[in-house]
Write a protein that binds this ligand. Structure first.
Ligand SMILES: [Zn+2]
Length: 256
């Protein structure tokens, strides 16, 4: 029993180190799936270790679980940057990579929607590796852009525009992440709600200063949002709104 436990512990430590090395070099897709962690230590057993010894309230590993859970700023899911964290997501799924079932570097705080909207479970190419918040720092390069749909009721369309400095792999990964998690529709729906909340103010500003009133306010908001989150949906939406003559000239009004 002791020898079996020790072999399993060593396998988990080795797998964590391999994951860390691979992630730093953009080679997560080269990590091999496995059926057993050590002789007689199966996928089912490792899933149980995660569920009962780590994720369960009062479990010995629960402190680590809680620490990862609460590591994300403002409790926001780092994958969609919008919804609240409700769970931990296995970056590489525990069913196919059981030695990584309890490896903290493989555990990312996430909302349940992002947790369910599975990216490629077993990536075989670098382009298929989902973004990992501990390793993939996209910096302040602006990659999220929005476009105003110029008809009433207006809407905002979001898309990824890869900065020139990105290589092809990173561009493909971000695009894949954006599509797989349905971020265009999530952000569009948030922006629609934002517009409902500012419409009255924009109407008042336009009445007071028809030429610059609306644009000035939208620009001010875009700058403030950009200082906080260069690639936040609000930043992209306010930029698009303030740059759109049609929108500033009353396009923000509802149909009718
Ligand atoms: Zn999310």
């Amino acid at each position: 029993m002791a020898a079996r436990l020790s072999a399993a512990t060593q396998a988990v430590v080795n797998a964590s180190r391999e994951f860390d090395r691979a992630a730093q070099r953009g080679r997560i897709h080269q990590i091999k799936t496995h059926e057993v962690v050590a002789p007689d230590v199966t996928v089912e057993e490792m899933e149980k270790v995660y569920t009962q010894r780590m994720a369960k309230t009062g479990a010995p590993g629960r402190d680590i679980y809680d620490e990862i859970f609460s590591a994300s700023p403002q409790g926001r899911c780092p994958l969609c940057t919008q919804r609240s964290v409700t769970t931990l997501d296995h970056h590489l799924p525990k069913a196919r990579f059981p030695a990584l079932a309890v490896a903290p570097l493989n555990l990312v705080p996430a909302c349940s929607d992002c947790n369910k909207a599975k990216l490629v479970a077993v990536p075989t190419r670098a382009e298929e590796v989902g973004l990992h918040p501990y390793y993939d720092n996209l910096g302040d390069d602006v990659w999220l852009k929005a476009q105003v749909i110029e008809r009433r009721p207006t809407a905002v369309k979001f898309k990824v525009v890869a900065p020139a400095a990105w290589d092809a792999v990173l561009s493909a990964r971000v695009l894949h992440h954006f599509r797989a998690l349905g971020l265009a529709s999530l952000f569009a729906s948030e922006a629609a709600e934002e517009l409902i909340n500012i419409r009255h103010q924009l109407t008042t500003l336009r009445a007071a200063d028809p030429v610059n009133g609306v644009r000035r306010e939208l620009r001010r908001r875009a700058e403030s949002c950009a200082a906080a989150r260069p690639n936040g949906w609000r930043t992209a939406a306010y930029r698009a709104w303030c740059e759109c003559d049609w929108f500033c000239d009353g396009g923000f009004q509802p149909a009718g």
